[in-house]
Design a protein around this ligand. Structure first.
Ligand code: PMV
Length: 339
């Protein structure tokens, strides 16, 4: 029998005596999957069909502050604006906090700032739920244990399980129904020359969120049957590429993995196409760059924006083709578990 999210929280908590603090603050970086998470084997606890591997986005992410307030419900501020209590965002945040309220009841002012566009496929739900988990750990005096908090953050948003770490993180899909073996951990390897270029196509909210997109794909796409096999193979190849610092292997595998995920979306019904004409133009530009000997690859999540992968020595050449890109150094940013 599978657990409810509230029961799972108690199982996942590290050994501690929760005690309510009046305020806490935390930062978590966003992350970009090089091997994507696409599809759930269990929806309530966000247990994935496949394991995934990501790189964090350094200083780009979410900072969240929690203050206990004397009020009948939570108050949520996003990027300087108070949100309506009936908005989807507030409901998601409050539902996640509900899991912790059984430890000690309280309501909070939640002040959250993203320095990346919200819900445009730049994985801000990942940094958002990771920062919220860390801030709640601060409020309830829960130790910042990466494995435990990763399992908890996963229940807010799957990709949040990978946003508690700097650098490469692997989220193990796990096999158990209670989700206790489904958590992310940091990989020991660093790759100081690796850079991410964020090419913003639009900051508009996407019409189909990842959760709905995954359900549509797993329900209606026959090609999806092959996805778990491809993801497992790509993850192994990425581990080899990281161990050998083989950039060509890393880039080719990540780009192929992203396009394969998008192929399953496109082959769903109704079709799910997150790309805008400008996304396709950017992909073609990347292929032209490679034809000219500039080593750059792309990846995309459930949205129209493109993330470029290249090495430090190619920055100037890549910038000629993508003058507006934001260059991210994944190795330059605070460690969320230390902060
Ligand atoms: O964590 P979610 O529910 O926002 O889903 C993330 C899905 C992708 O961004 C498309 C892939 C990934 O692994 O981050």
């Amino acid at each position: 029998m599978s657990l409810s999210p509230a029961e799972a929280l108690r199982l996942y908590l590290p050994e501690c005596t929760p005690a309510l603090q009046t305020q806490a603050e935390a930062f978590a970086p966003s992350n970009i999957a090089l091997c994507k998470y696409w599809g759930k084997r269990q929806a309530a606890l966000n247990l994935p069909v496949n394991s995934s591997l990501s790189i964090s986005l350094g200083e780009l992410g979410t900072r969240t502050r929690l203050q206990v307030i004397d009020a009948p419900c939570d108050e949520v501020w996003l990027n300087g604006q108070q949100l309506d209590i009936d908005s989807r965002f507030v409901r998601k945040v409050s539902q996640f906090i509900d899991l912790f309220r059984s430890l000690a009841p309280a309501h909070f002012r939640v002040t959250t700032h993203n320095n990346i566009p919200t819900a445009a496929g730049l994985a801000s739900s990942a940094s958002g739920f990771a920062a919220l988990t860390l801030a709640l750990a601060g409020i309830y005096a829960i130790p910042r244990d990466g494995r435990s908090l990763s399992r908890i953050a996963r229940m807010g948003s799957g990709s949040a399980s990978r946003s508690l770490f700097c650098g490469f993180a692997q989220w193990h899909k796990g096999e158990l129904d209670d989700g206790s073996d489904s958590f992310a951990e940091v990989l020991s390897e660093a790759w100081p020359d690796l850079r991410i270029g964020v090419v913003e196509i639009t900051t508009a909210e996407k019409s189909v969120d990842s959760r709905a997109g995954m359900t549509r794909t797993t329900d209606s796409c026959l090609l999806y049957e092959k996805w778990p096999q491809q993801a497992a193979r790509d993850l192994q190849t990425l581990r080899q590429a990281i161990a050998a610092q083989d950039f060509t292997l890393l880039g080719e595998t990540a780009e192929h993995n992203a396009l394969s995920m998008h192929a399953t979306m496109i082959a769903s019904w109704p079709p799910l196409l997150y790309w805008q004409p400008a996304s396709i133009e950017a992909m073609q530009q990347v292929w032209q760059c490679r034809a000219q000997g500039i080593e750059v690859y792309f990846t995309m999540d459930a949205g129209p924006n493109i993330k470029l992968l290249f090495q430090q020595q190619s920055i100037e050449a890549v910038r000629v083709c993508f003058p507006t890109m934001t260059v991210v150094d994944p190795w330059h940013g605070p460690d969320p578990l230390q902060g």
